[in-house]
Ligand binder design. Structure first.
Ligand code: PEP
Ligand code: MG
Length: 532
């Protein structure tokens, strides 16, 4: 068979070679009753069953997986999906057909959406459709992925992705899909190479036996010629050797080639992200995103629940500094019952510290839990989305008040250092005006607000560039303010892990970078080359 060379879009980096499998979905069969009332009841039971099953899975997961499942629960709870199906059932159509019809209309709308964010969520709707169909028929319809294989499909759902163990190789090559999809996020987190947008793959012809996936360049080669395969295997061996060398350096402190010590901290979404990790890989934790604690199905977490989680993280760090960020809800992180629905521009709305100050009864609980946890290690508390000094001053006064109250109650507590995220251009431009104990630059939001290019829109992804000189100038401005005030400046946005930016970032004078655990080895290896 002649080699087929396809160019798509890179969605998750890395190289992989393996046998090709085509993802096929089992079709569930079901005997319908003739009675619309019975059919409607069956659909109601199936939707509730799917919702309960997702809630169980959320309990068993943390971080990104839980976030994605939460998102699917929110979609499932949207009555407009089910109402369309009930309408068709009342006309005499069986529940499974009605549900499929209603969902397929919605899926087609999402796939045709102008905004990449919505197109990228079509696979979640497919997931919901199939989960409810599985409950209606009593048959598990989730397509299973063989570990180590190169999976081809039009698109794949998060549930299908989660059936495979990606630690043994394998990759994803999709005709459709999107780099902003939930599966792409999962693939990046699990180190599975992924290429999307390859265009129609033959559904009927003989299946290619082998594929090479280049998740860095966005290229897939089916049935490679021997010479193509030999060259690819040579690249794979070089990449594995570089990774092994980087892994060997993982536990060592990071130094630039010219001898500058760079602190490498971790970004985590919860204690589960730290499971099995040796604390020696890092100089501490630079960002704990606490939103996971506030996810809808769990309700608002009480003080003891929060305290226990913060303490687990401090215990893991074993004396290293831990920076916990107060709730950053709103914008791209809605929390039902807490954030404001229907804002015309949630990224510019009541989010981050603005929301915490507007809901002091919720904020106070978090501050008390943090004050209590602070006796168990080196805790620093960081406020998100700070724009003006009065926000820091008000939060600081609330922290002081809760500190005094806890002491009066005889509860063990300590006052942690209070710093700010610098992710609003106004704060970067005037950083020296804030009486912050430290600054942590949130390059994700700083970039989107500086470039007026949303962080979740594929259409403006080229503009959303943390390496743009305007963004780098604001980072340098913040580093300079920190130097003048004698306080630490770190960077905890995704730019810290983008090794193409390491030289430019360290040239601003930054000496502390915070990245997800999976990026530590690669970042330390890149730091070692800076200044060579
Ligand atoms: C950032 O904005 O860079 C950041 C680290 O915060 P988040 O990505 O959680 O908004
Ligand atoms: Mg941010």
């Amino acid at each position: 068979m002649a080699e087929i060379h396809l160019i798509g879009r890179a969605a998750s980096p890395g190289l992989a070679i393996g046998p090709v499998t085509r993802l096929t979905v089992a079709v569930a069969r079901r005997t319908a009753s003739e009675d619309p009332l019975q059919e409607a009841a069956a659909l109601r039971v199936a939707i509730e069953g799917a919702r309960a099953e997702l809630a169980e899975q959320i309990k068993a997961n943390q971080g990104e997986v839980a976030d994605i499942l939460e998102f699917q629960v929110a979609m499932l709870e949207d009555d407009t999906l089910a109402d369309a199906a009930y309408g068709v059932i009342s006309e005499g159509v069986a529940a499974d057909h009605a549900w499929r019809l209603a969902l397929d209309v919605e899926i087609a709308d999402y796939r045709a959406a102008e905004d990449e964010y919505f197109r990228a969520r079509a696979a979640d709707l497919v997931d919901i459709r199939d989960r409810v169909l599985a409950h209606l028929s009593g048959v598990d319809t989730v397509a299973r992925i063989t570990s180590g294989s190169i999976v081809t499909a039009d698109d794949i759902t998060p549930s299908a992705f989660l059936t495979a163990d990606w630690s043994h190789g394998g990759a994803i090559a999709l005709a459709g899909g999107s780099p902003s999809s939930h599966v792409a996020m999962l693939a990046r987190a699990r180190g599975a190479p992924m290429v999307v947008g390859l265009g129609p793959l033959s559904e009927t012809g003989p299946l290619p036996s082998l594929a090479l996936v280049d998740g860095d360049a966005g290229v897939v080669v089916f049935d490679p010629e021997p010479e193509t395969r030999r060259l690819f295997e040579r690249r794979l061996a070089a990449a594995s050797a570089a990774e092994a060398a980087a892994d060997a350096g993982r536990l060592k402190p990071a130094f630039t080639a010219d001898g500058r010590r760079i602190a490498v901290l971790l970004n985590v979404a919860g204690p589960e992200d730290l499971a099995g990790l040796d604390p020696a890989i890092c100089d501490g934790i630079g960002l704990v995103r606490t939103e996971f604690l506030f996810e809808t199905s769990r309700g608002l977490p009480d003080e003891d629940t929060q305290y226990a989680v913060y303490r687990r993280i401090l215990d893991w760090a074993d004396g290293r500094p831990v920076t916990i960020r107060t709730l950053d809800a709103g914008g791209d992180k809605p929390i039902a019952g807490l954030t404001v629905d229907g804002e015309s521009n949630p990224f510019l709305g009541l989010r981050g510290i603005r929301l915490s100050l507007a809901r002091p009864e919720v904020f106070r609980v978090q501050l008390r839990a943090l004050l209590r946890a602070a006796v168990h290690g080196t805790l620093k508390v960081m406020l998100p989305m700070i724009a003006v000094p009065s926000e820091l001053d008000r939060a600081s006064a609330m922290l002081d008040a809760e500190f005094t109250a806890l002491r009066t109650e005889g509860v063990a507590c300590a006052r942690p250092l209070l710093g700010i995220m610098v992710e609003v251009p106004a704060a970067a431009l005037r950083a020296e005006d804030f009486r912050a104990a430290f600054y942590s630059i949130g390059s994700n939001d700083l970039t989107q607000y500086t470039m007026a290019a949303a962080r979740d829109s594929g259409a403006v992804a080229d503009l959303n560039d943390a390496g743009n000189p305007a963004v780098v100038a604001l980072i340098a401005r913040t580093v300079e303010a920190g130097r003048k005030r004698g306080v630490e400046v770190s960077l905890c946005g995704d730019a810290a892990a983008d090794t193409r930016l390491s030289t430019a970032l360290l040239a601003t004078g930054l000496t502390t970078l915070s990245v997800s655990p999976i990026a530590v080895a690669r970042l330390k290896a890149a730091i070692a080359k800076v200044g060579s």
